[in-house]
Write a new protein. Structure first.
Length: 154
């Protein structure tokens, strides 16, 4: 469960986190410039799991500054609670040299359940995916998620 969110807002956020496959990860470069990337993820109710290519700019950014922000896109069908922003702290776990992403069996299973179709669409096997995206990023939310209501357009 996300910190500081309960009731209808919390239920809406949890459902979207289970249903959506892409979340926007914002890290900060060493020069202070934010860098945002769309990433696949799994939410287990406590932490986000993201896997990445070890040479990606976001990995370099996270080595210098583990603070991140995650954003779900606008839910155009929602009357309320359509934008979700979550602040958190990331932990990096690189793969052993030449090995696949360091994931538990439960994490592999959850990731495949959510992203296998996308892997197939991209022409990748799970083995290729976990070898190419061999750094695990685990993000723990801090107690300040911000859920914004949809603003009427005038």
């Amino acid at each position: 469960m996300l910190p500081n969110l309960d009731g209808e807002a919390g239920a809406s956020a949890e459902q979207r986190l289970q249903d959506e496959t892409i979340i926007w990860l914002t890290t900060v470069r060493s020069d202070g410039q934010p860098q945002t990337s769309p990433v696949g993820y799994v939410w287990d109710g406590v932490r986000f799991l993201i896997i990445s290519n070890p040479g990606a700019p976001k990995i370099r950014n996270l080595r210098d500054n583990p603070k991140v922000t995650l954003h779900l896109d606008l839910d155009g069908n929602a009357e309320r609670f359509s934008v979700l922003t979550i602040e958190g702290v990331a932990e990096l776990e690189p793969a052993p040299l030449g090995g696949p992403a360091p994931l538990s069996e439960r994490e592999v299973s959850a990731y495949l359940e959510k992203h296998l179709e996308s892997m197939r669409w991209a022409g990748l096997t799970p083995e290729q995916t976990f070898a190419d995206f061999s750094t695990a990023i685990r993000v723990t939310p801090i107690p300040r998620p911000l859920l914004l209501s949809r603003l009427p357009l005038r």
